[in-house]
Design a protein around this ligand. Structure first.
Ligand code: FAD
Length: 345
């Protein structure tokens, strides 16, 4: 029986060892890459170093070769390029077949994708077809002493952080939300090898046809996720009308107004402004939390901000545990006072 177990373990180790390299899927729309792809190259570089394997980019689209060069500037040493009209717009079936073909041929041990609408769709489809695991919405990635990827993400409504491992299948797949990982350095001199792959899909095989793309002009255009200065309000704001006070402060800073889920649920701010586990992940230079208690589901969305300033009348509020500067007091006095001071500068 011991021999059988040993033989099984050896067979598994052999199967896993056939997979090598860290891949990052470069998500693009009309030739423009999603920033999260570069953030993932930064993170992927650390994993590739720990494993002593190459870091590669997967670039799929129409007329997207320039993105391979960008990937080299952000640290990739190889780029697998599939460039064909059938990939002009994202369609699950076409992209799935392209990625699947690359995996079968080159056998990477890790694949990272952005936890965007597109990334979530594609990663789930790929993992299902390949027959491997997928950890969604990771906030931390590391390599253990057995070369497994340790994937950390909030679980049970954000009440615990779970570390998940896929130790019996390859590739190991994770999605990571935008802004969770820091942007790597951009080196315009960075170079690498482009591996051109032929297109494995014919247009007539794809059931979904894109007839037209209509942008939704009604959505809130303010980009909370990409803002450098955010003034966020929570239930402590007491009403929609009081958010004007936060907007005034945000204007002085050249920033935007965000919100906790309570404020969004109360109808005081639109959902696009929500920060946290079920909202946006943000990484601004300054995050000012006003009347926000600091529930874990809020913290996971903003705790990597460079500077956090918390204003709360309850000195025991958990927000103060992550705050760089804490102000205990009534926000209705403190916020206008800060805005006034900034105007004097
Ligand atoms: P509260 O917790 O009610 O805090 C209000 C704070 O305002 C208090 O600390 C109070 O002391 C302070 N205050 C009141 N009046 C004043 C005043 N005059 N001056 C100064 N301070 C004052 N939450 C999110 O934010 N984002 C998410 O993405 C998110 N996702 C979730 C996902 C799940 C699955 C679950 C279960 C919950 C999620 N939540 C999320 C909700 C989260 O658990 C909290 O309920 C929410 O963050 C609380 O919002 P709040 O801090 O605004 O309100």
């Amino acid at each position: 029986a011991v021999e059988e177990v040993d033989a099984e373990a050896a067979a598994l180790a052999k199967k896993l060892a056939a997979y090598r390299g860290v891949w990052v899927f470069v998500e693009q729309t009309e030739g423009e890459a999603a920033k999260v792809s570069w953030e993932l190259l930064g993170e992927g570089a650390k994993l590739a170093r720990a494993l002593d394997v190459p870091l590669s980019a997967i670039v799929i689209g129409e007329k997207v070769e320039h993105l391979c060069k960008e990937a080299f500037a952000y640290g990739a040493s190889k780029a697998y390029l599939i460039d064909a009209p059938v990939f002009k717009y994202y369609r699950t079936e076409a992209y799935l077949r392209a990625v699947n073909n690359l995996i079968e041929k080159y056998k990477p041990e890790i694949i990272l994708m952005g936890a965007t609408g597109l990334g979530r769709d594609l990663a789930g489809a790929v993992a299902t077809v390949v027959g491997t695991g997928l950890t969604a919405d990771c906030t931390g990635l590391a390599i253990d002493d057995k070369r497994n990827l340790m994937q950390t993400r909030p679980a049970f409504g954000g009440n615990i952080m779970a570390t998940i491992m896929c130790d019996k299948f390859r590739p190991q797949m994770s999605t990571v939300r935008p802004h969770v990982m820091a942007m790597p350095e951009h080196d315009p001199q960075g170079s690498g090898e482009i591996i051109r792959e032929s297109c494995p899909v014919k247009e007539e095989e794809i059931l979904v046809k894109v007839l037209d793309i209509i942008s939704d002009k009604k959505t809130d255009q303010v980009d909370v996720a990409g803002a450098e200065f955010i003034v966020s309000g929570g239930r402590g704001m007491m009403g929609k009308e009081n958010f004007a006070m936060l907007q005034e402060l945000a204007n002085e800073l050249g920033g935007v107004v965000g919100a906790s889920r309570s404020a969004v649920d109360a109808g005081w701010m639109p959902q696009e402004r929500q920060v946290g586990q079920t909202g946006k992940t943000v990484r601004p230079k300054i995050y000012i939390a006003c009347g926000i208690s600091g529930a874990i589901q809020h913290l996971v969305g903003m705790q990597d901000s460079d500077v956090i300033i918390a204003i709360n009348r309850d000195k025991e509020a958990p927000i103060f545990e992550v705050a760089t500067y804490g102000i205990v007091g009534d926000l209705f006095q403190i916020i206008p006072a800060i805005t006034r001071k900034l105007r004097e500068l």
